[in-house]
Design a protein around this ligand. Structure first.
Ligand code: PAF
Length: 325
């Protein structure tokens, strides 16, 4: 029986732990590093009901080939977290990356090797963490969405000559999908997870920096005053994605951004929360990734570059103001 192992206690890691607790799925929770352990003590579900989280919180341990290690960490946290797991992955349990932005796959493969059974996932579930009046960490499920999961190397599944490898990759994907479906449904398998990740990149590239810079909830991004910026960010995204072999229709991607901003309207984006709580943002993996790819391909991405600068300046300024208090 596949066991669920969750690395990191951020909002989505804690939400997965809460989903496992709620649906009686065995799980273990691991702090992302030896110095960071904001373990959630309770959860508030969509129906408003509160329950305690009782799963075991452990240091890294050897996993078996059937286990699923899901890593809902930010891209900049991945290298440290995965490095501490390396000695425990000899039996090749499936590893699932779940983060905003891009660049995580490259980090994971440089550590695990190109042929490691690596799955990539993206989610539209909404969650946030807060401290209760008793100063205990609590995760709140703020909006129901879905999880999309796929193989980092779908082409390896098409190599019919390597039947063992084919079966192995497919099995791992099905095992992870079944387990996550029991924890936090619905979960969809994508045959082109990279396309799904690029699509989410566009959503994050518009909503996250604009909500963080303007201190507004997601729904505000639909306002007319952001129309030109939405257009420019998406136009640059579409050009860069095309140069990387991913075709998007400009009008369709602008609509997707508006749909997500409306569906998650009352939420504050993760980047807004990162600025508010003076944490490092994911700007390098989101707009920064678009700029890096644009530079590599000789394309202009000046609006995304400006957003990277502004968000970094805001982060630095917020930290400075706090440290002067
Ligand atoms: O990063 C986030 O906050 C989320 O990915 C999204 C979709 C923008 C909703 O808030």
């Amino acid at each position: 029986m596949a066991q669920l192992h969750i690395v990191g206690c951020g909002a989505i890691g804690s939400l997965l732990a809460a989903g496992a607790e709620k649906h009686n799925v065995n799980y273990s929770l691991y702090p992302r590093s030896a110095v960071s352990a904001d373990i959630p003590g309770s959860a508030v579900w969509l129906d408003g009901k509160t329950f305690s989280l009782n799963g075991s919180v452990l240091p890294p341990q050897s996993l078996s080939a059937n286990d699923v290690l899901i890593i809902p960490l930010k891209v900049y946290q991945l290298e440290e977290a995965l490095t501490q797991w390396l000695p425990f992955l000899n039996q090749k349990p499936v590893v699932v990356l779940l983060h905003n932005g891009m660049g995580g796959q490259e980090i994971a493969q440089s550590l695990l090797g190109d042929h490691y059974p690596l799955l990539l996932a993206t989610t539209s579930h909404g969650a946030l963490k807060k401290r209760t009046s008793r100063n205990v960490s609590q995760v709140i499920f703020t909006g129901s969405g879905s999880i999309t999961i796929g193989s980092s190397q779908p082409e390896s599944i098409d190599i019919v000559t390597d039947l063992d490898n084919l079966e192995n990759s497919k099995n791992k994907l099905i095992v992870a999908c079944d387990l996550l479906t029991r924890v936090l449904p619905p979960v969809t398998i994508s045959n082109d997870i990279l396309y799904a990740l690029w699509s989410k990149l566009a959503v994050n590239a518009v909503i996250n920096p604009l909500t963080a810079l303007n201190d507004v909830p997601n729904r505000a991004i639909c306002d007319e005053c952001y129309s030109e910026l939405r257009h420019q960010i998406c136009q640059e995204f579409v050009d860069v994605a095309a140069s990387c072999g991913q075709r998007f229709d400009l009008r369709a991607i602008k609509n997707t951004v508006l749909e997500v901003a409306t569906a998650t309207g009352n939420n504050f984006s993760s980047m807004h929360q990162d600025i508010k709580y003076k944490r490092q943002t994911e700007i390098d993996a989101i707009n920064g990734y678009i700029v890096t790819m644009a530079n590599k391909k000789g394309i202009s991405a000046s609006t995304n570059a400006l957003l990277v600068q502004r968000v970094k300046a805001l982060s630095a300024n917020t930290r400075l103001i706090t440290s002067q208090r």
